[in-house]
Design a protein around this ligand. Structure first.
Ligand code: NAP
Length: 256
């Protein structure tokens, strides 16, 4: 039976696993980095932890006799995306990237687009403000360079060690959140600016919609450049690729 590895850690990867779980013609495994202590349940087999760079991933693909790879990791997870491109080439299996499109500003949005986290820190300015950092735990460190602000940080697991900043409120919660939830959160903490990554997708859009409705500025961090590989934006397109494109040519050639 053809074997598919999905590099996950996103709602799209989980949904793709759910859509493929019942298929008798495909053996599917999802790989998670192991960043969250209690990851959301998956409908297919799961392996957890890094592979050990490109060579480790190529070795895993070979040993597990994986026939096709779908990189459904987060659009900001470019290290694993780069490793996936190199490893798939090394073992000659097809690779598809499943990456949701970025958000686009709509009427009423007050976005300031910045290139990266350092530029986001600079864009917060020198005047003390109340800022919601809608970022992953690994993105927070650069804000220690801007101790003049008061921060609100929301994360799935606690931020440990805490930031070396005097004025931070930590909220532990797992999304998705509604726009009303996020409006209430931003109002309760008297937030006047939001820092966000342009992740795209509906799951984390509530804070962007809430900021718009409250007239708040959003410092929006652009996506990093991704490797040039065949890419689709939806789970349905990824399934079409599996079924109709060349994903399992290698398996068929081997007579699997
Ligand atoms: P990254 O910087 O691109 O990757 C760092 C290392 O983590 C990789 O070199 C790899 O280790 C390991 N890794 C990443 N994704 C993996 C996966 N799905 N399975 C096995 N190992 C993986 O990634 P990141 O930005 O830290 O993100 C880590 C995970 O969180 C990703 O799976 C991503 O989908 C998810 N996520 C990220 C963000 C974000 O904003 N970056 C947001 C939501 C979810 P080795 O080199 O040892 O193989």
């Amino acid at each position: 039976m053809p074997r598919l590895l999905i590099l996950g850690g996103t709602s799209e990867a989980r949904e793709l696993g759910e859509r493929l779980a019942a298929r008798a013609d495909l053996a599917v495994t999802i790989s998670l980095a192991g960043r969250t202590a209690r990851p959301a349940p998956q409908a297919v087999a799961v392996r957890v932890g890094g592979f050990g760079g490109t060579a480790g991933l190529a070795d895993y693909l070979g040993r597990q006799r994986i026939d096709a790879l779908i990189d459904a990791t987060h659009p900001f997870a470019v290290t694993i995306a780069t490793h996936a491109a190199a490893a798939a080439t090394a073992v000659s299996i097809p690779l598809l990237a499943l990456k949701r499109p970025p958000w686009q500003p709509v009427e009423g949005d007050r976005w300031r687009d910045v290139a990266d986290r350092a530029a986001a820190v600079a864009a917060t300015g020198t005047t003390p403000r109340r800022i919601f950092l809608a970022l992953g735990r690994q993105d927070l460190g650069p804000f220690e360079l801007a101790p003049q602000h008061t921060y609100l940080v929301r994360s799935v697991d606690p931020v440990s060690p805490p930031l070396r900043l005097e004025r931070v409120t930590y909220v532990c919660a797992r999304g998705p959140f509604s726009e009303a939830d996020d409006r209430a959160l931003l109002s309760a903490h008297r937030i006047d600016a939001v820092v966000a990554k342009n992740s795209g997708g509906p799951a984390t859009y509530s804070k962007i919609a809430a900021a718009r409705s409250l007239g708040l500025k959003v410092i929006m961090i652009a996506r990093p450049a991704a490797p040039a590989v065949p890419t689709v934006e939806t789970v349905a397109e990824a399934i079409a690729w599996l079924d109709h494109d060349h994903a399992f040519t290698a398996a068929k050639d081997r007579g699997v």
